[in-house]
Write a protein that binds this ligand. Structure first.
Ligand code: ZN
Length: 684
């Protein structure tokens, strides 16, 4: 499960160690290569539409051993090779459209700075690159081109007649320009056929009912260790009208790209840090070869139990946010290594996992009697790929299979070099001055938001998702389309409730009993107001993490009204959040946690649906308009993502690798073009 960034818009003044503005390459590398120019590091790399592209640093990479660096190197190669799988999963037209647009981009001979049609074209192409396809990465709405069909047609006419996309040209133009065709990648609207109305490529010619029945027939009633049905397959009707799976595996669907992934995983294996890690990588390769979900579970167990290795990775079909039925995983990869000093924080939490479970405000019947193997660490991302790139989560908790989590625990991470980049890039953007009610609260946020943001992510990932249990016989998918929202709410509420617990000061993770208030204020402000800047006027909140935040903020606002816990203060026509009673707010978080856990534990679909429909979906148009207006003059991008650093092997005169060098000098467009050209996994 992902924890997405929620505090992108907060100005923070905390100084972070190691955030010097210039980065130089390693001294060892210079011996074997020409002196590269000193790189000036800038967090902000590109800005277009509603997107800001940032860079992140990979502090500590230089300190890894050569062997670890080589392991990272091959894992990053295995990561980037999966890119085109995700593009195709997102929509079957994405790759041919990208090939076509990149050809236009390369061939354009007019004035790139002055031609307004070209400028709109470039913005559109950047949006498509950023979203891994023609639908917005977050809203999943199809992009509306700002250039004309005529412009594109006249550019296409200049390109070779045998271009790979040429046979599909008319169809691709229709997909780009007709707003009614493939309008939404993942449709979650209640009452519509969620498969037929979703543009993703995980189903073909199958209705929602057929898809649900297909999977329901696979499930065995009393299977205590069910595989993650559908995780690695596209569901289609064969020529006889029978519903079948096209399995993603070597020699199967996406086999070409998977071959490159496997090739690099095999090389990575040679540099594994220990035997357990080598076996884990071997098992993953085995799974890619067979597509057998039982093997994936075996791999997941080995992976979750390997806590000794410093270098770690996610690589595969993992999260199912891209499937309206929540079955098929989108391909993603993150390569990372443990940030040892910062991991002290999560180790302290993990050591007390049972205390947190036993003291949580949920019915004891729904608590875990024994919390197993909550392994939590703070990591440094070395590469982001697939569904985790360019937009990326800040925390991850895996594996997703409930029975594996119960029997073997889960691995939970906070990606601190990413949160740090967000923080650094937000400084001085004017957000606090515009939205925070008073100076005292601004100071509170300046002082405690960064530390409580990280702690919130730690708690959400390493304790929240892992807490609680299902009653025997309850279907883990019982909450259906609302499952993701309620699961995120459960993890967030667990984190919020405990952030305000004196225990955190006791165990030394916070140095003030007031620190949690910074997170509470930001959370309510974001949930009730500022996150709406991501929603277009007239639209509902749809994405699971956003729904979860709105649910929590709106529910606590309403339930706290008799005591005026949260107040909406009007000043000069602007609305401000005022929190009058933080302790009471904490009790409300606890109360809602109890209810959401009950819903999950009992599989109470109706109660879950009522919570989501009442609090999480509908937007007050007046509040929405106000938020958009106030944002407009701040010029803050609603969404952010990242370019990756580049890694280069350095050889001595005999062809031996003597170092792996990291560089931060590739910009967004060159990176997109290079990935498209060099990691063309499904062959144009
Ligand atoms: Zn989560």
């Amino acid at each position: 499960m992902w924890n997405n960034p929620i505090s992108l818009y907060m100005k923070l003044t905390s100084i972070i160690a190691g955030a010097a503005l210039a980065v130089s390459v390693t001294a060892t590398a210079e011996v074997f290569s020409a002196d590269p120019p000193k790189q000036e590091f800038s967090y902000v790399n590109d800005r277009f539409a509603d997107i800001e592209v940032l860079r992140y640093k990979v502090p500590g990479f230089e300190d890894l051993s050569l062997r670890q660096k080589q392991l990272v190197y091959y894992l990053t190669e295995a990561a980037i090779w999966g890119r085109d799988i995700l593009w195709d999963q997102n929509c079957k037209y994405n790759l041919p459209i990208r090939y076509m647009l990149e050809d236009v981009y390369a061939n354009y001979s007019g004035d790139r700075k002055l031609d307004p049609q070209y400028k709109e074209f470039e913005t559109y192409l950047k949006q498509v690159w950023f979203a891994n396809g023609i639908h917005h990465h977050y809203s999943t709405d199809k992009f509306v081109p700002g250039f004309s069909r005529e412009f594109l047609q006249s550019e296409l006419a200049k390109l070779p007649a045998d271009a790979v996309w040429r046979p599909m040209e008319a169809e691709l133009l229709e997909v780009i320009f007709n707003p009614d065709v493939y309008a939404k990648r993942v449709n979650q609207a209640e009452g519509q056929d969620l498969i037929l109305t979703s543009a993703n490529n995980m189903y073909e010619g199958v209705t929602q009912k057929e898809g649900e029945d297909f999977y329901a027939a696979m499930k065995k009633a009393d299977d205590a260790t069910p595989v993650s049905y559908g995780l690695n397959a596209r569901v289609v009707k064969d020529k006889d009208g029978k519903i079948v799976e096209q399995v993603y595996r070597l020699g199967g669907h996406y086999g070409e790209a998977i071959a490159h992934i496997v090739e690099n995983l095999e090389k990575a294996m040679e540099f594994a840090e220990n035997d357990a890690q080598r076996k884990t990588i071997a098992k993953l390769i085995d799974y890619y070869r067979t597509g057998d979900l039982r093997t994936f579970d075996d791999y997941s167990i080995q992976w979750v139990e390997d806590t000794a290795s410093q270098v770690d990775f996610i690589n595969g079909f993992i999260e199912s946010y891209g499937d309206p039925l929540g079955m098929t995983g989108s391909w993603e990869s993150i390569v990372n290594f443990k940030n040892i000093p910062a991991s002290h924080r999560t180790e302290v939490l993990s050591a007390d996992a049972q205390w947190f479970e036993n003291n949580s405000p949920v019915d004891p019947r729904f608590r875990k009697e024994e919390v197993k193997g909550v392994s939590a660490k703070v990591i440094t991302a070395a590469i982001l790929a697939g569904d985790a790139y360019p937009s990326t989560p800040i925390g991850i908790n895996l594996p997703n299979a409930n029975w594996i989590r119960a029997a073997h625990g889960s691995k939970s991470v906070t990606i601190e070099n990413i949160t740090q980049a967000y923080d650094e890039a937000s400084q001085g953007n004017g957000f606090n001055e515009e939205f925070v009610i008073d100076d005292a609260t601004c100071k509170l946020l300046d002082k405690y938001l960064f530390v409580t943001d990280n702690l919130h992510t730690d708690l959400h990932e390493c304790l929240g998702h892992g807490s609680g249990r299902l009653l025997p016989g309850v279907d883990p998918d019982a909450l259906k389309a609302h499952g993701s929202t309620l699961e995120e709410a459960r993890a967030d509420l667990f984190a919020l409730y405990y952030l305000g617990d004196p225990k955190l000061v006791e165990i030394g993770l916070l140095d003030s009993p007031d620190a949690y208030k910074a997170q509470y204020y930001k959370y309510i402000l974001n949930g009730m107001m500022t996150q709406l800047m991501r929603i277009e006027p007239g639209k509902d909140v749809e994405e699971a993490h956003m729904r979860n935040r709105k649910l929590i903020a709106e529910w606590t606002y309403e339930k706290g009204r008799p005591d005026n816990v949260i107040e909406l203060v009007k000043r000069d026509g602007k609305t401000f959040i005022k929190i009058n009673d933080y302790e009471k707010l904490r009790q409300l978080f606890g109360q809602l946690l109890g209810e959401v856990q009950r819903i999950k534990s009992e599989g109470d679909y109706d109660a879950g649906a009522a919570l989501v429909e009442t609090y999480a979906v509908k937007v007050d148009p007046a509040v929405h308009k106000e938020v958009l207006d106030r944002y407009a003059h701040l010029n803050i991008a609603p969404y952010r993502g990242f370019v990756n650093p580049t890694y280069r092997q350095i050889f001595d005169g005999n062809g031996n690798v003597v170092d792996v060098e990291i560089e931060y000098n590739e910009d967004f467009i060159p990176q997109m073009l290079r990935y498209g050209k060099d990691y063309n996994g499904l062959k144009r």
